[in-house]
Design a protein around this ligand. Structure first.
Ligand code: PLP
Length: 395
């Protein structure tokens, strides 16, 4: 037996594991310390009432011989794929039956989707959600990192990218920087993908946070159906981080060698996946109903008000963060001379947990989330502003 040696290439570990280790050590040494976390990107508000009511009804059905359900269909229940179709229809996007696959979240779908495409290397803008590079490495793909910078607003450009086929991970609104890609950015990548035979994996896990007329789905752009698979999640839009539900859209237009990608994926899913629990799918259906959209939008608004207030505190202190407008994340440059972990440790000493940017490939930055309780989040950002002031560099 030999363990997949690519796992050893993942490095010291996922950043959140190291954050947890340092926090545990700090707590052991500071027994009475009160810590506020602006670190891990998990929601804090409970499920909306219409979701728990629907799940409760589904539990009752499962306890009744006449309404009990076993294995779910490969694509997900029809009521759930219809609910997703309605969600796209509201954006003016028509999706055919058979193009939507309900799964247990965006992370697993990002990992699984590699199996659909043979022999493509993977292109990932940096900084990025760390799971992309990790899963690509474990899957044995060659990973090409595409640097983006604070100066260009973290918008990835195709300039200078070798013109060959890739699996391209694009995430918008973007974790960790909070940036929302413009139509121009999406168009540039769609053109690149079409010209090179690449496929875009559009991770829109935070689309519920897009404001104004920002892009919520890659299929708002012409040509996307020929080259983009979209992966979305209900984790952050409806508080499903613990329930688990997401979906992948594979349009009919994506095909090779006479085989449609969604037909191939259906075959693959039938081989190795048994779907998401009926109770969870009923809860997700409710979340996408008009009442569910009203209730979950109020939660998104709560988090985004947090983000706006946090931004204001930072701006008043002379610190200009990225994000916090179309995403529940704020991305800050560390004080001069400080690494991400230096800044993390210094803030931990003041009772605030943040995420070091280096965990996303963004050394010299930290990420704050707006998913916390309002009063705590504002207190913590006040401490951060104070600490930045103390170290003498205002950005
Ligand atoms: N994609 C991005 C960009 C994320 O930030 C996250 C979670 O933080 C995920 C995917 C994972 O989503 P899910 O909970 O649906 O697996």
């Amino acid at each position: 037996m030999t363990i997949n040696n690519r796992i050893a290439r993942l490095g010291d570990g996922y950043v959140f594991a190291e954050v947890a280790r340092r926090v545990k050590k700090y707590r052991a040494q500071n027994k009475n310390a009160v810590l506020i976390s602006l670190g891990i990107g998990d929601v804090t508000l409970p499920l909306a009432p219409c979701i728990t009511e629907a799940m409760g009804r589904a539990v009752d059905e499962m306890g009744n011989a006449d309404t009990f359900r076993g294995y779910a269909p490969t694509h997900g229940y029809g009521f759930m794929t219809d609910a997703v179709r309605s969600r796209y229809a509201a954006l003016g996007i028509g999706l055919n039956e058979g193009t939507i696959f309900i799964g247990d979240g965006a992370k697993s779908d990002c990992a699984d989707i590699f199996r659909l495409f043979s022999s493509h290397d993977v292109l990932i803008p940096c900084p990025s959600y760390p799971a992309y590079a990790d899963i690509a490495t474990v899957a044995g793909r060659t990973v090409h990192i595409l640097p983006t910078s604070h100066e260009n607003g973290y918008l990835p450009s195709t300039d200078g990218v070798k013109r060959r086929e890739y699996i391209i991970f694009l995430c918008s609104p973007h974790n960790p920087t909070g940036v929302c890609y413009t139509k121009e950015v999406w168009r540039e990548w769609i053109t690149f993908a079409q010209e090179t035979g690449s496929v875009i994996i559009a991770d829109t896990a935070y689309s519920a946070y897009v404001s104004g007329d920002g892009v919520r789905s890659v299929y708002e752009l012409d040509g996307a159906r020929r080259c983009a698979v979209e992966i979305c999640s209900m984790s952050k839009s409806a508080g499903f981080t613990g329930c688990r539900l997401g979906w992948t859209v594979i349009p009919d237009e994506i095909a090779s060698g006479g085989i449609r990608a969604n037909t191939a994926w259906e075959r693959c899913r039938a081989a190795d996946y048994n779907g998401v629990a009926y109770i969870i799918q009923r809860g997700a259906e409710a979340a996408l109903s008009p009442r569910g959209i009203a209730e979950t939008s109020a939660q998104v608004e709560y988090y985004m008000t947090n983000a706006a207030l946090m931004r204001n505190i930072l701006l008043k202190a002379g610190i200009v963060p990225c994000g916090g407008i179309d995403a529940p994340y704020l991305w800050l440059r560390c004080p001069a001379g400080y690494t991400s972990w230096d800044t993390f440790d210094r803030l931990l000493d003041r009772g605030v947990i943040v995420t070091p940017g280096c965990g996303f490939g963004g050394e010299g930055f930290i990420r704050l989330t707006a998913f916390g309780r309002r009063a705590d989040s504002l207190t913590a950002v006040g401490i951060i502003a104070d600490e930045y002031g103390k170290v003498g560099r205002k950005l």
